[in-house]
Every structure is written in structure tokens, then in C-alpha cells.
Design a protein around this ligand. Structure first.
Ligand code: RUB
Length: 308
């Protein structure tokens, strides 16, 4: 039986109460931990079946952020229904706790590593709401660098408003603009810093819809374009040629469709920025050019991907 708190977490991810790829991954780990801790399964086979069912439920919530399947894989990849039931429980709990702690450390480390690339006087543009991108910006500011930030609204869900509140709370001078104003203002920007939901083996970055437009405009204006992302945002299946699925969300997020009868409304949540438009990817393991993305995927065993 799936625990009610686990169902709640899955629903919160689906309706975006929990959102942002890193938070989604940590919530996934927490849900698996809750299931293991509260399971009434009579034997290890039943517990194994429960963990599989919880994994399936979580994997079905949002398709684009690979942090979610990577968290599930980290916790469950070699579990066996034939192992001792207590041991199985302990393994899930320990790995979930370890994933959450490594994930938090990674966001902090990305801030430290990325802040080295932010200079005194920089004007930075960010998009949507990424903990990793904001970690870089906030760390640079805490180090005493005199920076200011421009943030896009990020239609349709307007996650940019979360970012401006967070940045202004940290005391950072912040300007909010609508997405379509980016090209108008790009000449004021030195560096763009965004997060990622998935990074493909060729260094292409999947992030909030509109990110690729920012990258093109930054390229045109010769502003640098940085992506800040934990190593579990690298998408293992892209090594074997799979494409990252782009989530398309409900039309009601854009307008009330009843007011526009007969009109098709499309609402893709993410887009793909090609590696040519990315200067650096900042990870907790160091800074890499996008073309080196596959090196962070080298540790993945291809057989682990089978059936996943
Ligand atoms: C959030 C989004 C963020 C990435 C990275 O999209 O695109 O830029 O998830 O965030 P949504 P983080 O709001 O649709 O989940 O750095 O916090 O993992």
C-alpha cells in the first residue's frame, strides 16, 4: 500500500507545489524514505513491490527533469526482492538520506564554484526560478561583489516572481522584466545564469521555456551564458541517443480556453538550448564546457539503463 504522505508528495510535484528540478529530486528521495519507514509489508518481496510502485508513481508526475529518475535510480537500482526485509528498508532509507544531503551540498558547492566566474560590477540576467542559478548569484553577492540582477517573469507560471522575492530578500538589487523585453535590455547584461532540468550527452541544456531565446539573444549581444546544474541533471539515456521528453502542460495555464473557442493553445514547459550557445556549465564537480558533458555521464553503467 502506498503511504498517504507519498501520494501527497507525488501530487504536489504534479501540480507544481513542489517544483524546480533539484527540489523535485529531493522530494522524490523523501517519498521513497517515507514509504520504507512506514511500510507494513510482511516480507521483502512485498516491500520491493511497494518501492517499485512508489517509484512508478513518482516517475509519472513530470517527465522532463531527469533529476527525478536519477534520484529513483540512485536509491533503487540494485535492490533485490530476495534480500532481507530489514536490510532492504535500511538501504532505501540510507540512500534516500544520502541523496538529499549530497543534493543540498551540491547546490551550495555550485554557488561557491560559480561565484568565481562572477565579477565585481556584473549585471546578471536569470530566468524562471533555479536554486542553482540563485546559489551562484547569492554567493557572489555575499562575497561582497557589487552585482545587480535582472529577472524574467517566466510566463506562464511566473516563477520569476519567486526569484525576485528571493533575490530582494538577500538584499540584491533586482529588476523584473517580461519575457519579451529580454532583447531590448540585453545590452545591459554581462552574464546570463540559468539552471537546468536535463543536460544531454552533447551538452544541450533543457530548461524552462524561453531559455533558448535568452541564449540566442545573449550570443548576439556577446553576453556570457552560464548554466548551473548538479551532476544528477545529466541525462544518461541521451548517451544512447534518446531525446529528452518536453512536458506540455495544460492550456489553462496560458489563458481561459473557453474564452477562445476553436483556438489551439500550446504550452510547452521547457525548451532545448544547443551547446554552441552555452559558455560554461557549472557543476558541483567543477566547471565544464558543454562539449564535455558526456564526461559527467561516463560513470553511468549502460546496463543500469535497461528497463529504466
Ligand atoms: C523550473 C526550472 C528550473 C530548473 C532548475 O521549472 O526550469 O530552471 O528546474 O532548477 P518548473 P533548480 O518550475 O517547471 O519546475 O536549479 O532549482 O534545480
Amino acid at each position: 500500500m502506498i503511504h498517504s504522505k507519498v501520494k501527497q508528495i507525488a501530487n504536489d510535484i504534479k501540480v507544481m507545489k513542489i517544483r524546480g528540478a533539484g527540489k523535485i529530486a529531493r522530494a522524490t528521495a523523501k517519498a521513497l524514505k517515507i514509504q520504507a519507514e512506514n511500510s507494513h509489508a510482511k516480507n521483502s518481496k512485498n516491500l520491493f513491490t511497494e518501492i517499485k510502485a512508489v517509484s512508478k508513481l513518482l516517475l509519472g508526475t513530470r517527465p522532463t527533469a531527469v533529476s527525478l529518475p536519477n534520484a529513483v535510480r540512485y536509491i533503487t537500482f540494485d535492490l533485490s526482492p530476495d534480500s532481507d526485509s530489514d536490510e532492504l528498508k535500511r538501504t532505501v532509507i540510507n540512500r534516500a538520506e544520502k541523496f538529499i544531503s549530497l543534493s543540498r551540498q551540491a547546490v551550495k558547492r555550485i554557488g561557491e564554484v560559480g561565484a568565481r566566474r562572477i565579477a565585481d560590477g556584473d549585471t546578471i540576467l536569470t530566468h524562471c526560478n533555479s536554486s542553482c542559478a540563485l546559489s551562484v548569484i547569492k554567493t557572489a553577492f555575499r562575497q561582497g561583489k557589487d552585482i545587480s540582477v535582472w529577472t524574467t517573469e517566466s510566463r506562464p507560471r511566473r516563477q520569476g516572481l519567486i526569484s525576485v522575492k528571493e533575490l530582494s530578500k538577500a538584499g540584491i538589487p533586482t529588476t523584473l522584466v517580461v519575457d519579451s523585453a529580454v532583447r531590448f535590455y540585453m545590452r545591459k547584461i554581462d552574464k546570463v545564469v540559468v539552471g537546468a532540468d536535463s543536460i544531454a550527452a552533447n551538452g544541450a541544456v533543457v530548461n524552462k521555456i524561453g531559455t533558448s531565446q535568452l541564449a540566442l539573444i545573449a550570443h548576439e549581444a556577446r553576453a556570457l551564458f552560464f548554466v548551473a546544474a548538479e551532476s544528477y541533471k545529466f541525462h544518461p539515456q541521451t548517451l544512447v541517443g534518446e531525446l529528452v521528453e518536453i512536458e506540455e502542460r495544460d492550456a489553462t495555464e496560458v489563458v481561459n480556453p473557453k474564452e477562445f473557442p476553436g483556438i489551439k493553445i500550446r504550452n510547452p514547459a521547457f525548451d532545448v538550448t544547443p551547446p554552441e550557445y552555452i559558455d560554461l556549465i557549472i557543476t558541483e564537480k567543477g566547471i565544464i564546457p558543454p562539449q564535455a558533458a558526456f564526461t559527467l555521464l561516463e560513470g553511468f553503467r549502460l546496463e543500469e539503463l535497461e528497463g529504466s
